[in-house]
Design a protein around this ligand. Structure first.
Ligand code: NAD
Length: 367
């Protein structure tokens, strides 16, 4: 009876009540005391296919913060896959703790076994603080992993395909705004010349754009400037430049109350995730300023398209580029729909994604 009394005293679980939990199919808490592994795998929606999304390791301040993060990220993956026309659902995993202290072979293989236990409902890949070697360990325990090195028969670094998708999304937005999609002679500010930014700069300079670049990492900046001829600017200056296009390729939330009034650009298209600090408010602030914005989760889907191509195989890089090229037409469709319905492009893209999931859900009648 004492046990019953103890149970009666506990607070009801609040997980199902969380706004972020809304719409999720399954959330799995994984714990392994010998290795110190604590992970959460969130499967948001599998109507279109198995839930694919990377594993992020972070030293979260609390378990609640980790849960909120994984719920938010897995939902985002559902939209990204749906808008890209992929037969994939949305999922994500987070591992809680300091990577430098915790990660080793046993730790990652134990995580791989948890992924495997889901029988393919969730497919993992690399994300923040995960290295190729970690994914190799995960792969020793499960086949439900993508983005593995080319040497192991995988698709390798997805960044060139992501950059290509951003580039075609930018050209489509230029077509919508200027009537033709040439970027020759356009002034373009690229914030962040990491894996994606660097390849994007190559496409832009090759087409004859005047490119301005910034990054915290001075060595990287100098390298990209040297090989592309792009002009280096200060980090804060990037928002005030008199350019045609601003391409955020570093951090999220760079479209906010402080930066939007400063932007001179007519177009914003970039690789960074969650560029709008507030999806609704800042989406409409861009419209009010007459700035055409291509939603980030659409134009940066090249990486997902690439790992999706690997998962369904046999992988072919040219084919992955061809699939990423479809971002051009989807971007145009979304810009037209947003203009026709007087809604933000973010809302238009979300609506198209939701409609596709609803329609495909009906196609899959029971046997
Ligand atoms: P990365 O870490 O290789 O590059 C990010 C770059 O931004 C780094 O060079 C970093 O020094 C720089 N940076 C950080 N803070 C900055 C600041 N305040 N000002 C200027 N530069 C700053 O990452 P990446 O793989 O190139 O990804 C870039 C963005 O695109 C991220 O937001 C990522 O989530 C998103 N993304 C990447 C992929 C992919 O395939 N790699 C796919 C989808 C989305």
């Amino acid at each position: 009876m004492a046990v019953v009394n103890e149970l009666e005293k506990t607070e009801p679980l609040s997980v199902f009540e969380q706004t972020a939990f809304k719409g999720h199919e399954q959330v799995v808490f994984c714990q392994d005391e010998p290795t110190g592994l604590k992970a959460i795998i969130a499967i948001h929606n599998t109507v279109l296919g198995p839930a694919l999304g990377g594993t992020r390791m972070w030293d979260y301040r609390s378990e609640e913060e980790a849960l909120t993060d994984v719920l938010r990220l897995s939902r985002g993956m559902t939209y990204k896959a749906a808008i890209s026309g992929l037969n994939l659902g949305g999922g994500k995993a987070v591992i809680i703790g300091d990577p430098a202290k915790l990660k080793n072979e046993a730790f990652m293989r134990r995580f791989g076994r948890f992924v495997d236990s889901l029988g393919g409902r969730y497919i993992t890949a690399e994300d923040v603080n995960m290295k190729t070697r970690d994914m190799e360990y995960v792969h020793m325990e499960t086949d439900h992993v993508t983005g593995i090195p080319e040497s192991m028969g995988g698709s390798g670094d997805p960044s060139p395909v992501t950059a290509y998708g951003v580039y075609v999304g930018m050209k489509a937005t230029a077509k919508h705004v200027y009537g033709n999609d040439s970027l020759a002679g356009k002034a373009i500010a690229v914030q962040g010349v990491g894996q994606v930014g660097m390849y994007l700069v190559d496409h832009l300079t090759k087409e004859g754009a005047n490119v301005y670049i910034t990054d915290i990492d001075q060595a990287k900046l100098a390298k990209v400037a040297k090989r592309s001829g792009a002009e280096v600017v200060d980090m804060e200056e990037i928002y005030d430049l008199d350019v045609d296009i601003y391409a955020p390729c570093a951090l999220g939330a760079t479209l906010n109350d402080d930066t939007i009034p400063r932007l001179q650009a007519a177009i914003v298209v970039g690789a960074a995730n969650n560029q709008l600090q507030d999806e609704k408010k800042h989406g409409y602030m861009l419209i009010d300023k007459g700035i055409a914005y291509a939603p980030d989760f659409l134009v940066n889907a090249g990486g997902l398209i690439n790992v999706g191509a690997e998962y369904y195989g046999p992988y072919n890089r040219d084919r992955a580029h061809k699939d990423a090229e479809k971002i051009y037409d989807t971007t145009l469709d979304i810009l037209h729909m947003a203009a026709a319905e007087s809604i933000s492009t973010q809302e238009a893209a979300m609506k198209i994604a939701e409609n596709r999931i609803a329609a495909m859900g009906k196609v899959k009648l029971p046997y």
